[in-house]
Ligand binder design. Structure first.
Ligand code: CS2
Ligand code: MG
Length: 402
């Protein structure tokens, strides 16, 4: 089963997506997501200029060996561009293996561990009343878990709060737009938001909050402590995680659970966080953490240390990534939650898929492989359009994490 063709498809049905499609000599095709928000063409070039020439003629059945060949063979290890490119190849090869075996990928990962994949959506609004209306909408759609983000009085714009609700897209400008930040105003406001949400929706709805790397450990500890009465399922990315030991300080002060990992691209980025039980949920994804092969390794390490999965699933991860994530989610023993931001109709048309939402769960479907494809004709209707994620500055103009 030799690889005879591999092509990189860039399309923008509402936002940019990079997809790798691999073709074998016995007529199988497989797809992998390679989208890196705001840096899409870097991965497209890495793939078409440096990886595709290595794939032609390789045995498509050798998933592990191909992973090691691309990882060790490059000499330059890790990093989001390299790992997204490796992820795309790995995902496409799992898709092909599933199709060849005539079974969904989750069957090859050990079979089903649960009936459905519990998902969460984003309720965000400029005011607390807007937020409550959004939470209501998700509850009306039977979501069991909702992420809550609210505008902060005194700040003109806050990342995570958008006008576009269900299809929330963070990359919003042909050059980076600028949002504003004040830790003091934020810390003063957030606990009141969650008090209102709990008051309205009671104790059973699972609530989450994304801090987006904007605090220091001691500030995060204070936030976690102040949110304890509202029993969050998780506080996400409370601090930048380059310094993994920084999480020890947060842990010393609060029992609010912590979720981290959407910007990680290898097990080495979270090894200490997991092994020291400094987090509760690991949010790495198929596309940014080296594909199904590597993400499975991260989840297995996490399982040994009471850490559950909580994979990133924003709109900038394509339906190919979502389909692959669901195959893992349904099979691993330590599944926690899956983020699910809906794609636009145009995106769903470009990426026909078997997964379906019902009653708070996503279901991967029973198609052989991943159960997703790219309609190349439809993709060609939507050419690449440059788009950047915003940047964030403090009130005095200092550059800050967003
Ligand atoms: C967010 C994302 O979904 C999340 O948890 O942090 O909106 C994230 O900012 C984007 O995916 C970045 O591309
Ligand atoms: Mg996040």
């Amino acid at each position: 089963m030799k690889i005879v063709d591999a092509r990189v498809i860039v399309t923008c049905p509402g936002r940019n997506f990079v997809t790798l499609k691999i073709v074998t000599d016995d007529g199988f095709t497989g797809v992998g997501d390679a989208t890196l928000n705001g840096r899409e063409l870097a991965v497209a070039s890495y793939l078409s200029d440096h990886v595709v020439p290595l794939l032609i003629g390789r045995d498509a059945a050798r998933i592990e060996d191909t992973w090691q060949y691309l990882y060790k063979g490059a000499y330059w290890r890790r990093g989001p561009v390299t790992m997204s490119a490796i992820a795309a190849v790995d995902t496409a090869l799992w898709d092909i293996k599933g199709k060849q075996a005539g079974m969904p990928v989750y069957q090859m990962l050990g079979g089903r561990s649960r009936e459905g994949v519990t998902v969460y959506g984003h309720a965000n609004g400029a005011t607390v009343d807007d937020v409550l209306a959004e939470v209501e909408r998700y509850v009306g759609m039977s979501y069991r878990a909702v992420r809550v983000q609210c505008g902060v009085p005194g700040l003109a714009t806050t990342y995570g709060v958008s006008t576009d609700k269900l299809f929330y897209e963070p990359a919003d400008g042909t050059l980076p737009s600028q949002t504003q930040w004040s830790t003091e105003r934020y810390l003063a406001h957030v606990p009141g938001v969650f008090a209102r949400v709990r008051e309205e929706f009671g104790p059973h709805l699972r609530l989450l909050h994304d801090v987006h790397h904007r605090l220091t450990p001691i500030e995060a500890a204070r936030l976690g402590k102040s949110l304890e009465p509202y029993a969050l399922t998780w506080m996400e990315d409370p601090v930048p995680a380059e310094l993994q030991e920084g999480f020890r300080l947060i842990r010393q002060h609060t029992v609010t659970p912590i979720a981290v990992g959407e910007v990680f691209n290898s097990v080495w980025d979270c090894q200490q966080l997991i092994a020291e039980q400094l987090i509760d949920y690991i949010r790495t994804t198929v596309v940014h953490a080296g594909g199904i092969t590597h993400l499975r390794r991260i989840f297995d390490l996490a399982a040994l240390h009471h850490v559950r999965s909580g994979s990133h699933g924003a709109t900038d991860l394509s339906p190919v990534c979502m389909a692959a994530a669901l195959q893992l989610d349904v099979s691993i023993p330590n599944f926690g939650l899956q983020e699910y931001m809906r794609h636009t109709d145009d995106t769903d048309r470009v990426f026909p898929h078997a997964y379906r939402y019902a009653d708070g769960y996503l279901h991967p479907g029973e198609e052989p492989g991943l159960g997703v494809d790219i309609d190349e004709k439809a993709a060609a209707e939507f050419p690449y359009a440059p788009a950047y994620l915003p940047v964030n500055r403090l009130e005095d103009g200092t550059m800050h994490s967003w």
